[in-house]
Design a protein around this ligand. Structure first.
Ligand code: NAI
Length: 367
């Protein structure tokens, strides 16, 4: 076939398969329904450790390509996250293109649930930005392959408190690594985004008498936190240039990039947001060059997936908390490995995650 007859669609398809190949994705499913307005994508990255599991994100992406990028990056990070957390689920993620405030409906969520169901348990959906436990209850009307439903429906409910707890422990481990003591008292911490995760993180920090700065694009959210806690609210322009010990991104990803990194004045970045580095290797290196310790997001924000993954067994909040507490030791181990092997913390964390995937992958051959 000549290049001319291959056509636009052919080259796009080739791009997608090539991208899946590069990022080692097992499967990508596009879900579309005209009646409900559903436009969604499910990314299954790796199922070596168990069924792929990850949050469903509903977000008004500018276009399909942006949504695809997000789902590919997020699902891959879930593989690393679950492997490093020592739990038995694989990496997956789903996105629905749309504004959760305007476009979400019962029919749309249930139609999405039917697509999840059609995968027969290869992917379990949990909550992410724009999706609440109540939405998962709705999705569950169409499929059993959902985790993180409301406690009243037998689920583990909101996973943000445990996510925030893990981030807080990761911060303490980072300070221990930097200073030889793990107290956050008096440390200056900038929390970007004080939604479900960020607000809980603020509470841990205030309890330990850290000096906390906050910013949220939703002014009311920021103001209500300011009323509740002794925090200082800053403006958007200050978030990434404030002179602080720790920057804690807890909103969306990609905020560490070629524009922001040269202006950062923090000593370390430890936060809950997924995929904080815009271009992983480049931006991790740039942070290293600037002497800023980057603690990989997928390592410290694993509390949420730990929580929901336990629904596949028997859920107990104490067990979830205990597994999440391992984040402290894992962070120390990764930072020590990074120093010893002269590699970035990102590479050290990925190495440990890949080691477990290889080892468990081998023993699963005997099942
Ligand atoms: P959320 O939607 O409850 O909170 C996000 C907050 O960030 C909102 O208050 C929003 O107004 C604010 N925001 C959005 N853009 C912003 C910006 N540019 N600057 C400052 N604030 C901004 O979401 P949630 O659950 O708190 O998640 C936050 C991050 O943590 C996301 O990246 C999510 O993927 C990640 N995460 C969440 C987990 C969970 O258990 N909820 C688990 C692991 C990761």
């Amino acid at each position: 076939m000549s290049n001319a007859t291959k056509g636009e669609a052919g080259s796009k398809q080739f791009d997608l398969l090539e991208r899946m190949n590069l990022s080692e994705h097992e499967m990508v499913v596009f879900c579309r329904d005209r009646e409900t307005g559903l436009n969604g994508i499910i990314g299954v990255h790796n199922t070596v450790l168990g069924p792929a599991m990850g949050g469903l994100r509903m977000y008004p992406y500018n276009n399909e390509s942006q949504a695809l990028d997000d789902v590919l990056r997020l699902s891959r990070a879930m593989t690393y996250k679950s492997s490093l957390a020592g739990i038995n689920v694989g990496g997956g993620k789903a996105v629905i293109i749309g504004d959760p405030k305007k476009d979400k409906s019962e029919a749309l969520l249930r139609r999405f649930g039917q697509f999840v169901d059609s995968l027969g348990g290869k992917f379990y959906a949990a909550a992410d930005v724009g999706i609440k436990p109540a939405d998962l209850d709705t999705i569950k009307l169409e499929t059993p392959y959902v985790s993180g439903v409301s406690p009243l429906r037998g689920g583990s409910g909101d996973s943000a408190p445990l996510t925030a707890y893990g981030v807080y422990l990761g911060m303490k481990a980072a300070i221990l690594h930097m200073e030889g003591q793990d107290k956050l008292q008096g440390k200056r911490v900038m929390v970007q985004g004080v939604g479900k995760v960020g607000s809980k993180l603020v509470k841990h920090l205030i309890d330990e008498e850290a000096e906390v700065y906050i910013y949220d694009t939703d002014l009311e959210t920021a103001k209500s936190l300011e009323r509740e806690f002794q925090v200082k609210r800053v403006e958007n322009e200050q978030v990434l240039t404030l002179d602080v010990d720790i920057l804690a991104p807890c909103a969306l990803g990609g905020i560490l990039n070629e524009h922001s990194i040269p202006n950062l004045k923090c000593r370390a970045v430890v936060g809950g947001a997924n995929n904080q580095l815009l271009v992983e290797d480049r931006d991790s290196l740039a942070l290293q060059d600037r002497g800023i310790l980057f603690v990989p997001d997928f390592m410290v924000n694993a509390g949420g997936i730990v929580n929901v993954s336990l629904e596949l067994q028997t859920y107990h909040p104490e067990v979830a908390k205990r597994i999440t507490e391992n984040i402290y030791d894992t962070t120390l181990k990764v930072l020590e490995l990074s120093e010893k092997e002269k590699m970035s913390p990102l590479d050290a964390a990925k190495n440990l995650a890949e080691k477990r995937l290889r080892e468990i992958g081998k023993i699963r051959l005997y099942r």
